[in-house]
Design a protein around this ligand. Sequence first.
Ligand code: NAD
Ligand code: DAU
Length: 333
Amino acid sequence: MAKYLITGGAGFIGANFVHLLSNETDHEVTVLDALTYAGNKASIEGLLGNRIKLVHGDIRDHGLVHELVEDHDTVVHFAAESHNDNSLESPDSFVTTNVVGTFNLLDAATKSSKRYHHISTDEVYGDLELDDPQRFTETTPYNPSSPYSSTKASSDLLVKAWVRSFGLQATITNCSNNYGPYQHIEKFIPRQITNVLLGIRPKLYGSGENVRDWIHVEDHNRAVLKVIEEGQIGETYLIGADGEKNNLEVTKLILQLMGKSEDDFDFVKDRAGHDLRYAIDSTKLRTELGWVPKYTSFESGLEQTIDWYTQNPGWWQPLKAQVEARYASQGHV
Ligand code: NAD
Ligand code: DAU
């Protein structure tokens, strides 16, 4: 049994990770989460008790971070400001949380000699042309485009420097776009599912040709656990499930699976600096650590996700008006 500190464990991927640890390990878990607009205690409420605890606090709080890290064996750092559209409107908290917050964790993990795992994104590599035969690998140069991805890239570079300069026992994973239960409805897939459930037409940015490499959140989290348990210290592993689809295809599939006409959507104003395509080559993770995704059919994973949002209106409905008002103010309606 180990003691895990999970930052951002009330957010989408972190909450799913806490469910995985609760169901499949006997680790003691402390979630450190600031419960920003993106965090939801309800996502882990049923798990809280003697073995799984929630500390409502901020990774920018240096003293609190040092105190908590000291008391755990392993830190898994999910907490971040994670939404590109928000980063274009108000980048400040992206810099303080994603960069300064990460520094606090690295400093604390180094000083108390703890194992640290850093959760990052494929967006640090920038974007690819639609016909580029080369996907992202661990050696692709960093080239981030947005305030969000540049702060994630900065935090990755801090981790690499702390490994080399201070001997921090760390690993990094960079994953592609996740989907599944408990994802905030500002994000593409849950925004469109909840739109359809409320009789609102899905909203597609630009021409809909942008490609994302979709992976189910459970596959991402199983890969993270594998890297923590079996990965080489100092190494980076890319996580992806060969799930490339353009946004138009995803929108049409959602409409079809929800019994609507495939053309029942609107094209809206594009995102500034919108990355065209992400695609991951996860050969290293598969060959070195033997990871394989369980969700090999995007359609059936999406069907389960639609079912989850249909069955859990109480989780998302209170957020909807505010999310759509923000999109309206940004012109994405
Ligand atoms: P999310 O926005 O759903 O959740 C982020 C969580 O962090 C929330 O619970 C929020 O309350 C918490 N948080 C934010 N600022 C904080 C602070 N200062 N102190 C403490 N807690 C704070 O994000 P997500 O989609 O679950 O992403 C989790 C991580 O995975 C992020 O690091 C993100 O960059 C990375 N990632 C996400 C994806 C994806 O598709 N969503 C893909 C690859 C990597
Ligand atoms: O690649 C991993 C990244 O995936 C993570 O690092 C980020 O945290 C996560 O938010 C996600 O970033 P994206 O910007 O790719 O995700 P988002 O859900 O915002 O958008 C996915 C695509 O859908 C993107 O091309 C923009 C488009 N889009 C988005 C919204 C919200 C639309 O066409 N319509 C929409 O309403």
